[in-house]
Design a protein around this ligand. Structure first.
Ligand code: PEP
Ligand code: MN
Length: 666
């Protein structure tokens, strides 16, 4: 049973609640979870819940039906997001709307091996380095790990590459010694039920990656998480790594169904280790992708620069090229799951064209980001403001896009028009803006393309494609038969036409944005009104999703660009666009009114091998029958002379605007 304490509860009130419970036969433990203080009452005691609810300092009493309480979703409904690292390495989040990939060798074998692996996995986009220094091997004659030396090598590699590290702790005695060197403890599958180890590691206050035992039921696994949490850590990440079944072809059997089951039972993030689950290199990537598709918050993957020479688990370790491919596939799959692959946060770096991207912040915890934002604001225009602006209200699709780029809890500013985003960035109220430019069904948002021409000091520094999944949202007490009126942005109606056609009696009322429609229900509380909007908006306003995925075409994406202000010819963009390999540029130009002038421009791009991913013409405002061409081009990996191609192109155009260069979203 869980007693949720009221906000301003006094020490004396807590003491009296404790006495009340103990007198009635309960074991009592106080915890802080999120905002609320909680007293967990365990054991076979008997108490009158109504009487208990009336004690001063008690907000409510939750009689959980599960033997694990702190790990249970009944106790805490919102997803836990675990932060790993911070300090000398960037902080990385696991859970929420990001997919976090941990990678590294099975074991640390030498200083060079771990450094080489760290640099390589970072380049492919992994954000946490793994590796065993103490290896629990089935045979006493197998390589047992380098011990504390190995851990020192690993920490140095993590720091050199700007990545937190996770490593297995095999005994309670080692926990203190390892504490200063690790960012996250791993409890191995063989030790999942080593309760003394769990109690000790739970006390250390570091995040913990808890592997599922090969023969453990989901309930036993969650009870092990409960041990860690009852000892003091809130930050537990569950890791499914295959269980023992009668099947012998693979090393273990990956229990894919455990992912949605655990996500339903617990608020803790769930990741998957496909390497130990299948044990055969060729099957690691398919199993890992299946895990992401099943809703996992990330993966931990064994990668070795030369798997054939690995001292342990070589046959299941990916070659660097295979890992790179897996990361690309995850990046493509993530938007289908409404998520974004969290890429390596890099320290301040200058990319082609001189765009400066300051460190982290997407991954950094929000408090630090807020504080940094405040400091930078205080520092004036020299600093980069960490706030990102979007148009709409909380829960809008644009806000979802913002969260995917900058992270949960990142500072944000809602404005009520598209030019408002550009103004906020220009005036330094926001360091970046999130602007929709195109929908896969309805085409370009011309208003926003035109704004780039009106704001020459703004550049594009990033891009995101957001899958739009529309829901029918209503009051908690409403049901589909009680609905008479549906509100949404006209685009919402257009994109859900087939669904709406099945309900011809519904009256459609247009609203400014989809989120405004949802807000209006929350305000009116009418049982007959529903809204079409994203699930995030339902959460923000505490409403119910009556139907999910009602858009006619499931391949419904909106492309957002991230904008920032230019300083001189550079754009100082805030946070965390992750590893920036620029591979796309956007330009707008007009050509002289003579035969072959557009052809001359396109020929330059073609001869230099630059692929056009978009070409659209738009009337020039105030000049009837004259047109601007909107062009997106891919920048090949080794296109060193890209800017000279642009210079050459400029000579063939009349007006030429370079909107920015950035990493394309898949
Ligand atoms: C590991 O991740 O290094 C490991 C030994 O995994 P498991 O405990 O899942 O076997
Ligand atoms: Mn291994």
């Amino acid at each position: 049973m869980i007693v949720v304490l009221s906000k301003g509860v006094s020490e004396r009130e807590k003491e009296l609640i404790g006495i009340y419970l103990k007198d009635r036969g309960f074991g009592v433990r106080e915890q802080t979870l999120g905002e609320a203080g909680i007293i967990g009452a365990s054991g076979k005691g008997v108490a009158d819940i109504r009487e208990l609810s009336l004690l001063p300092g008690v907000e409510r009493v939750a009689a959980t039906t599960k033997p694990y309480e702190l790990a249970s979703r009944e106790t805490k409904n919102e997803d836990t997001i675990v932060t790993v690292g911070g300090g000398s390495v960037p902080a990385v989040k696991i859970g929420g709307s990001r997919i976090t990939v941990i990678a590294g060798p099975c074991a640390v074998e030498s200083r060079e091996q771990i450094l080489e692996t760290a640099a390589m996995i970072r380049e492919s986009g992994a954000v946490i380095l793994r590796g065993g220094a103490y290896k629990p091997r089935t045979s006493p004659y197998s390589f047992q790990g380098l011990g504390i030396k190995g851990l020192e090598y690993m920490k140095a590699a993590g720091e050199a590459c700007g990545m937190p590290i996770v490593t297995e702790v095999v005994s309670p005695e080692l926990a203190n010694q390892m504490n200063d060197l690790v960012d996250m403890f791993q409890i191995g599958a063989r030790n999942m039920q080593n309760y003394e180890l769990l109690k000790k590691v739970g006390l250390m206050g570091k995040p913990v990656l808890l592997k599922r035992g090969p023969s453990a039921t989901i309930e036993e696994w969650l009870l092990s998480a409960e041990y860690l949490m009852a000892s003091g850590t809130k930050d537990v990440v569950l890791c499914e790594r295959g269980i023992r079944t009668f099947e012998t072809y693979t090393r273990n059997t990956l229990d894919i169904s455990a992912i949605p089951v655990v996500k339903g039972l617990s608020h803790l993030p769930v990741i998957v280790d496909p390497s130990h689950a299948v044990g055969i290199r060729a099957m690691v990537s398919p199993a890992g992708l299946a895990a992401i598709a099943a809703g996992a918050d990330g993966l931990t993957v064994e990668v070795h620069p030369r798997p054939d020479e690995a001292l342990s688990d070589g046959p299941q370790s990916l070659f660097p090229g295979q890992f790179e491919k897996l990361m690309r596939d995850i990046e493509a799959l993530a938007p289908v799951m409404g998520k974004e692959l969290l890429r390596t946060p890099k320290p301040r770096l200058t990319i082609q064209g001189g765009i400066t991207l300051p460190a982290v912040s997407a991954a950094a915890d929000s408090q630090a980001a807020e504080q940094q934002g405040a400091e930078q604001k205080a520092a004036g225009s020299a600093g980069v403001c960490e706030t990102a602006a979007y148009c709409g209200e909380a829960g809008a699709y644009a806000e979802q896009a913002l969260t995917r780029v900058f992270g949960e809890g990142s500072p944000r500013l809602a404005v009520d028009s598209f030019p408002g985003i550009f103004n906020a960035v220009l005036e330094g109220k926001a360091g970046a803006g999130v602007v929709p430019v195109e929908n896969s069904q309805t085409g370009s948002v011309h208003e926003n393309y035109d704004l780039f021409l009106r704001y020459p000091d703004i550049a594009i520094v990033g891009e995101l494609k957001l899958r739009i999944v529309h829901c029918l949202i209503a009051d908690e007490r409403a049901d589909i038969d009680s609905i008479r009126i549906v509100r949404s942005h006209p685009q919402g109606f257009a994109q859900c036409k087939e669904f709406l056609d099945k309900h011809p009696d519904w009256v459609l009322e247009p609203s400014t944005t989809t989120a405004t429609a949802v807000a209006s229900i929350a305000r009116d509380g009418a049982l007959k009104v529903a809204a079409i909007a994203g699930e995030a908006a339902a959460k923000v306003y505490g409403l119910k999703v009556l139907r999910e995925g009602i858009e006619t075409n499931p391949l419904n994406y909106t492309r957002f660009v991230i904008i920032a202000r230019k300083q001189g010819d550079k754009a100082a963009a805030p946070p965390s666009l992750g590893t920036v390999k620029v591979n796309k540029a956007s330009l707008v130009f007009s050509v002289r009114d003579e035969p072959g002038s557009l052809f001359a421009c396109l020929r330059i791009l073609s001869e230099k091998g630059l692929n056009l991913s978009k070409l659209e013409s738009r009337p020039i405002q105030g000049k009837p029958w004259e047109y601007l061409f909107y062009v997106d081009v891919s920048i090949p990996e080794n296109a060193e002379d890209f800017h000279s191609v642009m210079d050459e192109l400029k000579t063939k155009t009349r007006d030429f605007y370079f909107l920015g260069e950035y990493r394309a979203s898949l």
